[in-house]
Ligand binder design. Structure first.
Ligand SMILES: Cc1cc2nc3c(=O)[nH]c(=O)nc-3n(C[C@H](O)[C@H](O)[C@H](O)COP(=O)(O)OP(=O)(O)OC[C@H]3O[C@@H](n4cnc5c(N)ncnc54)[C@H](O)[C@@H]3O)c2cc1C
Length: 267
């Protein structure tokens, strides 16, 4: 029996290109150089390693985003994924994490049978790390986040996971079907292969809208249905250059610091 993996991959603005829509207060994505979210590349790489070990593994990559997100899916196919689908519809625009996980859960159910869902720990733009766990809740499956290592049992029914903690790790056993979120320590993603690129650019990538997903644009997805509205987002003004106080003694350093703080009326 094939082992079915779904990888969730998000297209994110290349970090130097973050632009905020002053009216909708959401990220401007159209026409902005974008990349495959780093942690999602690790999630895909881990799925490909499973396929290296078990060739009957089938990998589907799903993304929700504007039409240009197809480029990211071509990249994932060129790395070795078997299939890719794009959830794209104006009605999905501006979705917060709750709404995004509604759309992705619906897409995953439409894809069909799965044994493992692999998401990234977090996306470098929204940075909430919420979508993975929310999807698992919606699909009613167990989940482990911050996966730094894991072992799938030969029967492919049980996975033993090392979950990263700040000061160590947890060892967790989980039954499939389940959802895991990848961190960058997990692996080093492979490059696209020439043959893979050639096949990927000609691959058929279905695009599913809200109607195809069976989600309600008024209640489940999109800016209006999103419980979280970004009140204000802005690029913080860079702070001035700090002052290094270096002297031969701590007392001298402390004295100089006090003079400096007094001159700025901090104390
Ligand atoms: C600056 C900023 C702040 C925001 N703050 C919030 C907030 O506080 N609360 C809130 O609800 N929304 C917030 N949003 C909106 C949020 O970014 C979007 O809902 C987004 O689609 C998902 O959240 P995320 O980027 O944090 O993803 P995360 O939860 O960090 O993503 C985790 C993983 O889920 C998968 N995933 C996430 N999005 C997609 C996708 N579109 N397609 C495929 N896989 C995906 C990927 O594998 C990813 O690695 C914010 C957006 C911005 C730009």
């Amino acid at each position: 029996m094939a082992f079915n993996i779904v990888v969730c991959a998000k297209q994110v603005p290349d970090t130097n290109e973050i632009k905020i829509d002053p009216v909708k207060k959401t990220l401007i994505r159209e026409g902005v150089p974008s990349i495959l979210n780093h942690d999602d590349a690790n999630a895909l790489e881990e799925a490909l390693k499973i396929k290296d070990k078990w060739p009957d593994t089938h990998i589907t990559v799903v993304s929700m985003g504007p039409p240009q997100a197809k480029d990211l899916l071509i990249e994932c196919l060129a790395m070795g994924a078997d299939k890719a689908v794009l959830a794209s519809d104006r009605a999905l625009g501006g979705s917060d994490t709750w709404a995004t996980s509604n759309a992705l859960a619906a897409a995953i159910e439409k894809i069909g049978a799965y044994d493992l869902i692999f998401a990234g720990r977090q996306a470098i733009d929204g940075d909430t790390a919420q979508v993975g766990p929310q999807m698992a809740e919606k699909l009613g499956i167990p989940q482990v986040t911050y996966v730094k290592e894991f072992e799938i049992a030969d029967d492919r029914k049980t996975i033993t996971v090392k979950r990263a903690l700040e000061d160590g790790y947890e060892l967790i056993e989980i039954k499939t079907p389940c959802m895991l979120t990848a961190i960058k320590e997990l692996n080093t993603p492979r490059y696209m292969s020439i043959g893979g690129i050639y096949d990927a650019v000609n691959a058929e990538i279905p695009v599913w809208g809200a109607a195809d997903l069976g989600v309600d644009p008024d209640k489940e997805v999109g800016l209006e249905a999103s419980p979280t509205n970004v009140y204000r987002s802005f690029t913080p003004v860079p702070k001035g250059k700090g002052v290094m106080i270096e002297t031969d003694s701590d007392k001298e350093t402390a004295d100089k610091l006090i003079v400096g703080l007094k001159s700025k009326h901090v104390i």
